[in-house]
Ligand binder design. Sequence first.
Ligand code: ATP
Length: 605
Amino acid sequence: MGILAICSLLIIVCDMMSGVKFRSQAWTIFVKFSTLVSYFEKLESTRKRLEMFDILAELFRQLNASEIDKAIYMTQGELLPPFHGINIGMSEKYLLRSISEGAGVDLKEVSQKYKNLGDIGKVSEKYFKNEGKEISVEEVYQQVHEVASVSGEGSVDLKILAVATLLGTVSSVEAKYIARFLVGKLRLGAGDATVLEALALSKGDRSYRAFLDRAYHITSDLGLVGKTFFQSGEQGVRDISVRLGYPIRPALCERLSSSEEIIEKIGRCSVEVKYDGFRCQVHQGIEDFAIFSRNQERTTPMFPEIAAAMRQVFPNEEVILEGEALAYDEVTGDLSPFQVTIQRRRKHGITELAQKVPLRFFVFDLLYYKGEDFTGRPYVERRSKLVELIEKNDVIEVSKALETEDPEEVTQFFDEAVEQGLEGIVVKRLDGPYAAGSRNFNWIKLKRSYKGELSDTVDLCIIGYYAGKGKRANFGIGTILSAVYDKDSDRFKTISKIGTGFSEDELIQLKELLDQIRSPECPVGVDSEMTPDVWVAPKYIITVTADEITRSPSHTAGRDAEGIGYALRFPRVQGFIRPDKSEKEATTVSEVVTMFKQQKNVKIV
Ligand code: ATP
């Protein structure tokens, strides 16, 4: 980047100042940003999912193929899916300066207004009172994209100037949404599933979901799916296949509580060790190389030894592999617990750390090889190709597996894994394809569990906190309110208040993080009967264990007709915030219901 982006940014700023319309407008009719914003307002005013589908579908029908992707990204509050690694780079501090400069108001006053209103969008709306020049969705998107692309010396001032100019060009309601968008606070509650449903409805009916979902699960790019759909129709979307550089959404495991149940369910199967480290999806092209986490973030710099080993094992070959990276003890060869591996999750000093905390990469799946998409092939085929391709090396090795139909052998394999300090096992259906983005019985996990605990931990999304009492009052945070994700309604539903498991330092750190995502009211997409002292946007996931799942009228998760939902008994947090999970990867309501039923049936403890 650099010079080019700076030049185009300057041209845009000059254009905006002189009132000249952006060049491409001369020959294409673009939807106005004000139209998009009117739909944002409609989305904000409803919490009903069916209404959201209709609002979005109506919006999509007005867009052409060159702008649908941008509108989708913006509806999601993103410039591009996070795996592209492009960050707008506009902090609230910079934005307040843009507002101050653009509106000609003292920065202190703007900052004070923000403190009072608690919503930077409303601050922007208040100070920019223009009618607006009716610029298009394309133009706003392009300008924000340019702001994101500027880097290097002087870039901060340039960003601030460009944003000040943009805000001065649009109407006050547009300024409100642009401000929220710039700092990542445009939250309309329209998640991936809602956008996919609306895309299907905009061109036909719900039955289109199947091929749209598939394309999304193997590319993680909703804009790409929407654009292809509008440009090339159903066949175009069906033709989308796995691409290097586009993370495939992870296949996930269902739970069963005994070896017998597993064999009864899927028959002859492959039993693999469940490694407890970082899930890594490695994309190696001839020239490019990327590693993605389980929530599709780029984690490449964290694992230089995997990159080096991949080039040795697959010289000049295109391949996508998935596996788990774990720290190990160089002297004993033992694998280390997650608390040791987690040290590798940092940005600086990786080379020294790689010496101190060496990693092994246990590959458990082959998703793409030399131009061929392997995701649709049966497990046995993917596995045998993997074994054929990977010769054990200092860093990379194929996951340990045993093929059997004998529950006793499964239990024995499980016991051995647990004895080695591992988490348990993942059992795989022999003819199962790689179920991108799905949790089903192609993969079944069985984890070790301790007396008096649930057979598995749950991953909960924090949606608020209560100021502490007694000693905890000093930290300003005592208990957190947490929720599970309800896939059917695309909403977060409360399940537990949790006050145990965080150290004092963690509480301080947690409060700092949560205060950055405070919400003045119950956030969009959250259903709660309880009102915490501070609401926060659903963003952070914590892993929680508990004694059991109980029925409770206080929580909204899984509520039945009598208003009785589910809750956790004696919940306690394990570790800190899960950096590898995004909010929608929280445990789902239906998983909680299944675990509730399984409680009575646990055989392996
Ligand atoms: P958990 O918190 O129990 O890891 P999860 O919600 O993160 O659960 P699951 O669907 O329960 O995900 O389990 C899949 C996880 O297990 C993946 O994150 C994956 O990296 C890890 N894993 C470890 N070993 C294997 C293996 N051999 N095959 C598949 N996944 C494995």
